[in-house]
Design a protein around this ligand. Structure first.
Ligand code: HEC
Length: 280
């Protein structure tokens, strides 16, 4: 009889131990918090404080902006990120890194991908003419320069579209990958879902919906949706070929087909019924 009691007691202990172990595990996963929107690096502020790290000269073969091999004075962007943000607290697989540019352009890529490469922040072009930091960039007939920073990579194929090479960069920001999706995804409409996928791929770097997205182009949903003041067929044609509507248009022709454009417009129409007041 006694041994039965002891056995029972030991089993109870064992079960108790198992349960408490599991609890600890649960708590552990909870401490890997999704990054907060405030996780950002203000590159100009870091420069002021001389916290960008060591200057080096790097070579970029077949630079996608200048279309030739270039040399830059640069700092190591990976070291910079690791110095400023404790990445052990970041859920890397589910996080995007967003590059904010002066004109509101906001390209992004998966943080995991960014961490696998050799990214550098170039701040001066070795071949720049006297009195300037950069060789000129000519785009759509406009002359530009890359100030203050141009994000480049020394070991990445320039054909890989997943890598972003923005210039005029001023901030890095880490954000949960699902943040935009949760806020902007249609729930119950298949065509609108297709349009949303296209919008994410081609438009969100420059345009916001309900205040979420890039700021290079205008917000498309709030307070008035573009579908409320454009004729539908013309909106479809505009998205395919903006230059056929506006002289010196800043929006690029993106290679969107008419059918894809129709799906995007269906999505924009869907969102016109889901306006959310945008906080300033
Ligand atoms: C590189 C940035 C960029 C991208 C990418 C981009 N746009 Fe634009 N878009 C602009 C800018 C800038 C304007 C302002 C007008 C102009 O082009 O000068 C604009 C204008 C527009 C307008 C007209 C708004 C109005 O009120 O007149 C619509 C609609 C539009 N874009 C939709 C889209 C859609 C849909 C996509 C994706 C398929 C897209 N844009 C991708 C930059 C962009």
């Amino acid at each position: 009889m006694k041994t039965v009691k002891i056995k029972f007691f030991i089993s109870c202990l064992f079960i108790f131990f198992l349960i408490s172990c599991n609890k600890q595990k649960e708590q552990k996963t909870e401490t890997i918090v999704n990054v907060q929107p405030e996780t950002e690096l203000d590159l100009l502020a870091l420069k002021e404080k001389s916290k960008l790290g060591k200057d080096t000269v790097i070579t970029v073969i077949n630079d996608p902006v200048y279309h030739k091999t270039k040399k830059y004075h640069a700092v190591n962007a990976l070291l910079l990120l690791k110095n400023e943000i404790d990445l052990s607290k970041v859920d890397i697989k589910n996080t995007s890194i967003i590059f904010e540019c002066i004109d509101g352009y906001k390209p992004e890529m998966p943080l995991e991908l960014f961490l696998k490469t050799n990214p550098f922040l170039a701040f001066k072009d070795v071949d720049a003419p006297k009195g300037s930091n950069w060789e000129k960039i000519v785009k759509n007939g406009n002359e530009m320069n890359a100030d203050p920073f141009y994000l480049v990579y020394t070991s990445t194929s320039t054909d890989n579209q997943e890598y972003k090479w923005p210039y005029n960069v001023i901030k890095f920001r880490l954000e949960s990958k699902n943040k935009n999706v949760e806020a902007l995804q249609p729930k119950d409409d298949e065509v609108a879902m297709k349009g949303f996928a296209l919008f994410q791929k081609h438009c969100i770097t420059c345009h916001a919906i309900n205040g979420i997205g890039g700021e290079m182009g205008p917000e498309l949903n709030y307070p008035k949706s573009v579908t409320e003041y454009w004729k539908e067929n013309e909106l479809v044609d505009y998205i395919v070929d903006p230059a056929s509507f506006r002289h010196k248009v800043k929006m690029p022709t993106l290679g969107i087909t008419k059918q894809e454009s129709q799906e995007i417009v269906k999505y924009l129409k869907y969102m016109s019924g889901k306006k959310i007041e945008v906080r300033k």
